[in-house]
Each structure stands twice: as structure tokens, then as C-alpha cells.
Ligand binder design. Sequence first.
Ligand code: AMP
Ligand code: MG
Length: 714
Amino acid sequence: MISMPEAIDMVLSRAPVLPVESVPFRDAIGRVLASDVFSPRPHPPFPASIMDGYAVRSVDCPGTLRVVGASRAGAPHDTHGSVESGTAVYITTGAPVPCWADAVVPVERIVTLKENTNVQIKVDASYKPGTNVRAVGSDIALHETLLFSGDVIGPHELGIAALAGIRNAETHASPRLAVLSTGDELVDPFSFGDVSGDDDENEPKRVASGSIYDANRHMLLAMAVEAGCVTTDLGIVKDDPLALACAIQNAVATGADIIVASGGVSEGDKDYLKQVLLGEFSFDGQPDTVKGAIHFGRVLMKPGKPLTFGEIKTNTKTVLLFGLPGNPVSAAVTFALCVKPAVRRMSGYLNPHPPRIHAVLGHDIVLDHERPEYHRAVLHWPEGTVRDVQDKVDMTLGNCPYQVNLGTENLPTAISTGRQISSRLTSMKGAEVLLELPKGPGFCGKDTRVSALLIRGELGVSREMHMGRVRPVVTPAAAPTANHGVLGAAVAKTAGVTRNDSSCDSGKTRRRHGEKPKVITVVMHEMVPALNVDELLEESTIPDGERRVTDDGNDDGFAVLSAAIRVVAESNETSNSNIEGTWQVSQVFAESGTSASLATTIRHAACTSQIVLVAPSGPAGVSSQAAVVVGTDLGFPGLADRMWHGIEGVVSGDDKELNLKELADKHAGAGVGVGQVAGCVVLSVPPRNAYHAIKSGVQRMLVVPREKWEGLVL
Ligand code: AMP
Ligand code: MG
């Protein structure tokens, strides 16, 4: 599965910048300029008054002046050159200053001496030439570059063009984007009932049992308009290959540059979109099947894993097709992260990516174990940012308040929009950013600095405002100590959630079985030298002190680790393909090999694994057996000569205590303990021949779905 950054790169590499066309400036809002715009005339085009007052010769001031006329905005004074000295002209803001005058005295600075036809004014102060006069071209010089190629035309840019009298803009064309929703369950909420039928014409169509309203199409069309597209609504399409093929052909025929479909790209038996795009169906009597290509069909991200991207070539161009997941949040997030950048690249944006800023978390966020997450959040900006920063300005940096804005104290605080399940569209309400969170385990704590992609508002659209990606601190720090061949991505898969042991309580976690990653965690530790067995037993807090030790023990945790890796590799190769995902192995170190330390580590590891294997500690692995008992809700020491007997007893859920006790007595010292905690099966591994023990005991669990473990008879 490719990563989201890789997916975005691939999309952008295939999104062509659209041709340039000349459009009236006032129709070009949201478009990107394809060439620089120069001013064909200066502004102001004449010397203009800045104030309401009197146009004067500066050499006449101070003095008493005779008012000989008026120059109003749009009605200049008709003086053609020669006017006696000692005269003034009444003038309004923006009116042309007569050619003989060189300053304007504000109306509030003069005293009117005579009214009616012969008006005189008294000016008390002196005025320099140019006072209160905007010189020709002082706002915009002749031939000045007003707008640059790559600028996005907004209201202000339109105003500038209008002021300079520029009618047309050379811009890149707007992408034409067609949207369709797929799904037999979908009903259009905005199509109204028939008056003659049962439906009320003022009410949306009723949804039959099993149906839902189509949210995606309306949302995606609106997002496309906002992104600057010309849109086509292709309606709801049934989960039927022919209907889908026709809809896609239809979209191509309408001249679409981009087709956005939602739904139908997961693993269900009616998710046909990928096959249709690849032309895998032939339709009797129908002229065309679609002949496209798929560049990716799954992305390592949350939400949005089924995101699909392909292309359809026509005689004249290549149409991009995005198959967004049907869950509305996934559709919205993948549109923002993948489709919108493609739209922007095609529209000519120099930087098509959403602006990235930094924020600090307002609370802990638990990380997803398998996929990096784009977590929806709102931003709270610190109050009085500029004043606070100005107080702290280091003058050696220059008196610029923003230069010191490097810490986290002036960053916005990101607050999650709540439960992030991809069907809960209300988690998009008000969302301003997608926090870029790494995959877990663990969590990002309150006050951690994270990067955030802006998905709403214009902040940061300026090319200079993009900040780097932040690798946030994850707690607890994953310990990538696996230099002993742990399966690639499994490194550091497991870490204890040390802050909140109760989160691993069996009752709570039982609900989360399905969410746990398919991980076997090997608990490793330093060997604890024990002077004698009695001492070891005492320290191991085994409830039942009677124990026969028959083996010398083996503290080589790495032998267990590599045995687990072998077993998992074999299982992954032969695994039933219906079972999603492969197993991985991880390791975690306990502080020491004491049963107490091991038990704590087991409980933490159980939060993020389905199986925990405890490497042997002490002679016959007795400390690790004890740790299984102490660290689990349901645990039995020394259960079996073969590990799978132990598993049978625990996972079948039957009341086998008596039986297990017998087994325990019989096989005490064989080094196997077994228990369950937080929905996780925990086993201590025998000191000898770890590979065979793990293989016989664990391998079958790896190839059946987790739900079936409860009834598994090994
Ligand atoms: P799919 O990707 O087709 O398997 O759909 C995944 C989930 O999203 C299902 O629960 C669908 O009912 C739901 N869904 C699919 N399309 C839409 C839509 N246009 N609006 C709202 N929900 C949808
Ligand atoms: Mg569907």
C-alpha cells in the first residue's frame, strides 16, 4: 500500500496544467493568471487632492486668498493655465488639482472671511509643495507590474485590474469535474416527491428500509465549486457494472477533465468501480466498455484507505478518475488531500498543496496502530498574540514581532472534532485542519507540536506561508530496538500505555478486540540472577508456592523473538487470503526479569497486541510463568508440556479450571504459563525449543479470524 504523500505525488505527476484562455476579468475570480499584468496607465492619471479643502500655490501661504472657483471629483476647475497669484480653488477629495496649484489646504485649517460671490480665505500656516496632493502615478506607475503569473484572482486582484482598466485576464482554464455517487442504498435528499403520488412535494423523497440519503455528491460538488471547478452532476448510479460504465462514459463525453465517484471501491461483492474502470466487463449490445488504468487502489491513511486513482485516455486527452471511499468523512478528506491539489495543479496553482501550519494539541490523541491519521480539528488562536509577542521582542532581531514567533506559545491550539469514525460526517463540521498524526502505538500528548493541513479558509494561501512537516512526539516513545531481524514494519509496534493502566482493563478492552493490530509482542528482559529457586519463587509472587523446577532456564529472549518471527512468516505465507492483513512481530523490554516487572509489561503490551509471548526468565522460566498469572485476569502457571494445551484451555472459555489445575500439576516446570488480559492471549514460552512450542501453540491462531479464537479447539 502506498503512503498518502506518495499517492499525492503520483496524482500531481499526472495532473496536467490546463491551457491558457482569455476571460473577462470579472469572470476570472478563483482562476490563476498565466501571464503578468501591467498597468497601461498611471493612477491617479492627474494630480489629485487627498483632502476636501482649497487648492493653493504654496508660495502664497500663509496669507489671505481669493477663491476663484471649484474643482470637484469628476468636475475639474476650468483654469487653463494663467491664474493670478493670491487665489485659491475649492477642491474635494479626489478632484484634479489645477495645474497652477501645488498644495491643498484642508478645509478645517482655513478661516472663511467673506461669503456669497466674493469669498476669501485666510491661511495661517505655510505648506510645502505637494502637500495633500497625490502625484500622477503615485499609486500605480505607468507599466508597473500589477499582478504576476501564478497569482490567484480574488476580489482585490479584480479591483486592481478594474482600477487599471484591464478587461481581460489570461488565465488557465478551470477543470471540468463530474461527480457521481454509487450505491444501491442511496436516495437523493433533494429530489422531491410527486404531488400526485404519496410523497409530499415539499418533503425529500422518503428513504425505504435499508436506504440512506446521498450526502457525498452534494458535498463533493460544493467542494469542487469552492476549488474552482466547473461541475457536472452525474447523479446516483446503481451498483451495477453497466450503469457505472455508462456513467463514466457519459462523464467523459461531457468533456470532464476529472471524474469523482464515491463508493464502490472497497472489498464488497458489489464494489465494481475498479473492475469497470479496467474494462473487465463486456456488455452485450453496448458499444463501449471503459478502458482505463488504475495507478493505485489503496492508500495507507485513515480515513480513506480504499482511495483509488486511475485514468481514462480519450482521443484528445486523459481524464483523471478518483474513486473515493463511500463513507462521507473519507470522501471529504480524500477530496481535500488528493482531488483538490490535482484541481489546483490543473488550474495553474504554483503550489497546489493545502497550506501547512503548526499547532499544539489541546489534549491527548490516541494514535491509530496501523495507519497515519488525518485527524479533524478546529483551531483556537491564542489571545493577544501580537501584543504578547511584542512584549518579548528581542531588539537585536529587529523590531519585528513575528520573528520571535518560533516557540509553541503563540501557535494555535488544535481541538479534535470528536469521534473520528469515517461515517460520522459531523466530525467534519467546522473542521479547519487535518492534523498529520503518525501511526501508533501510543498517543500524542497534550501540548505536542503537530503539523496541520488547512482545509478551510484562506489563511496561508500566500506562497511564503507553508511550514514544514512536524514529527510529533509520541508517548510512550516507541523503542525501535529491534536490530535482530524483527519483521520490517513491526518494529516498535508495541509499547505500553504507561499512563493509564485501566485502559487495558479487560472489560473495557474487550470491546476493542477488533481494533487491535495483528501483532505478537515478545516481552524481553534482562536476566535476573537468582541465588536459588526458593528466592526466585518468593520474588516471583507465585500464588501457589509449590513448584517443581526441572529445567535450568534460558534467558535468551532473542531466541524467542526469532522463533516468533519464523512462525509468523510461515503463517503469513500460508494464511487464508480471506483474512485481512498479515501478522507482525514486535518486541518490548521489561525493566527486569522479575515477575512484577514482566507482569506490568505484559499488561501494557496487551493493549496493543493480540498475543503476547513472554521470554523465559529464571530456571524453567518460572518468573515468566508467574508473571503470566499475576499480569493476567485469567492465568494458569505451568500448564502444559506442549504449549497448545494451554491455549486450548484459555481460549475455549470453558470452565476448565479443574482440568487445567491437573495439567498444571502434571507439567509444572515446563515453562509454559497461559492467561488472558484485555482480550489478549498471553503465554510464557518454555525455555527450551521455543520454535516448536510457539509453532504448535500459536500458529493456528494466526490463520483463523480473531472472533473464532473463543471457540477454537486446537
Ligand atoms: P462503500 O464505499 O460503497 O462500501 O460505502 C461505504 C459506506 O459509505 C456505506 O455505509 C455506504 O452506505 C456509505 N455511503 C456510500 N456512498 C454514500 C453517499 N453518497 N452518501 C452517504 N453515505 C454513503
Ligand atoms: Mg457502496
